[in-house]
Design a protein around this ligand. Structure first.
Ligand code: URA
Length: 243
C-alpha cells in the first residue's frame, strides 16, 4: 500500500512528522537509491527500499521491549512526581504510544514488557490465555509445605478475592526462603497478598519470566532492549503444563 514518506518515517517513533520532513528536505532520505526531497512523496514500504541518513530504514508496525525494572520506578506511562518505566526507555527506542504491558509494584524488580501493541498486551495479560508470569519471592519467615500448598491451591485473599491456583517451587529454604511462583493473573499486589493470606510476608519480589521468555541476565537493572521476533513469540507460548 502506498504511504506518504514523511508519515511513514515518523510512524516509527524516532522522529516527529516535522523532523521527518526536515530530513527529507535536507536530502537525507533515498528511495531505491535516489534522493527524494518531496515530503509528500508516496512509497510502498513492502516494495521500495528506503535509506535514512545512510542506513536502511525498516518499517515495524509495533515495538516490543524488555525492561529490567529497578526499585523505585512506577509501572505507568507518566506520573507527575515519580520516575516511570517509560522514562527508562532510551531515545532511540522511544515511540509515542509505548506502555507497560502489566504492572509491577514500585518495590518489585525485573521483567517489564513495554510495547505499543495493545492487542498483544491484552492477550498476554488475560488470565484466560494462561500466560504464566514467573516471580522469585523472598519470604519474611520460614515456610511449611502446608503454607506452600495453600498458596498453590488457589488461596482466598483477605478481602475475599479468590485467586487461581499457582505453581510454587522452593528454591532456598531457611529463615527467609526463596520461592519461585508462577501466576497467570495480575491482581493488585497479588503475590504479596497471597502470601499474606497464608500467614507469611514477601520482602523482595522479582519477575524473572513472562510466558517462556526469561529476563535477560545480561540486561542491567534500569536498562531496556528490543526483543527479537522469536523472543516475542516465546512470551505467548504456554509452558509445559498450563493452569
Ligand atoms: N505481585 C505483587 O505482589 N507485586 C507485583 O509487583 C507483582 C505481583
Amino acid at each position: 500500500m502506498l504511504q506518504r514518506l514523511d508519515k511513514l518515517i515518523s510512524s516509527q517513533g524516532t522522529y516527529t512528522r516535522k523532523q521527518a520532513q526536515q530530513l527529507i528536505k535536507d536530502g537525507s532520505v533515498k528511495v531505491d537509491g535516489v534522493t527524494v526531497r518531496d515530503r509528500g512523496f508516496h512509497i510502498d514500504p513492502d516494495k521500495n527500499e528506503v535509506m535514512l541518513e545512510g542506513k536502511a530504514f525498516t518499517v515495524e508496525k509495533f515495538v516490543y521491549l524488555m525492561l529490567n525494572k529497578p526499585k523505585g520506578v512506577v509501572s505507568a506511562t507518566n506520573d507527575a512526581s515519580q520516575k516511570t518505566v517509560i522514562d527508562l526507555v532510551p531515545d532511540e527506542l522511544k515511540r509515542r504510544n509505548l506502555f507497560p504491558a502489566g504492572r509491577l509494584d514500585m518495590t518489585t524488580t525485573g521483567f517489564v514488557l513495554i510495547t505499543d501493541d495493545g492487542d498483544f498486551a491484552h492477550r498476554i495479560l488475560s488470565p484466560k490465555n494462561h500466560i504464566e508470569k514467573t516471580y522469585e519471592a523472598r519470604l519474611a519467615e520460614s515456610t511449611t509445605p502446608e503454607q506452600m500448598n495453600a498458596v498453590a491451591e488457589g488461596i482466598v485473599l483477605g478481602d475475599g478475592t479468590e485467586c487461581l491456583p499457582a505453581k510454587l517451587r522452593l528454591l532456598e529454604d531457611g529463615d527467609n526462603p526463596l520461592v519461585e511462583i508462577k501466576i497467570c493473573e495480575g491482581k493488585y499486589h497479588q503475590i504479596k497478598r497471597m502470601f499474606a493470606a497464608a500467614g507469611n510476608g514477601v520482602i523482595e519480589l522479582r519477575r524473572t519470566r513472562m510466558g517462556n521468555l526469561y529476563l535477560d541476565e545480561n540486561l542491567p537493572e534500569g536498562h531496556c532492549r528490543r526483543l527479537t521476533q522469536d523472543e516475542v513469540l516465546l512470551i505467548e507460548q504456554c509452558s509445559d503444563e498450563c493452569f
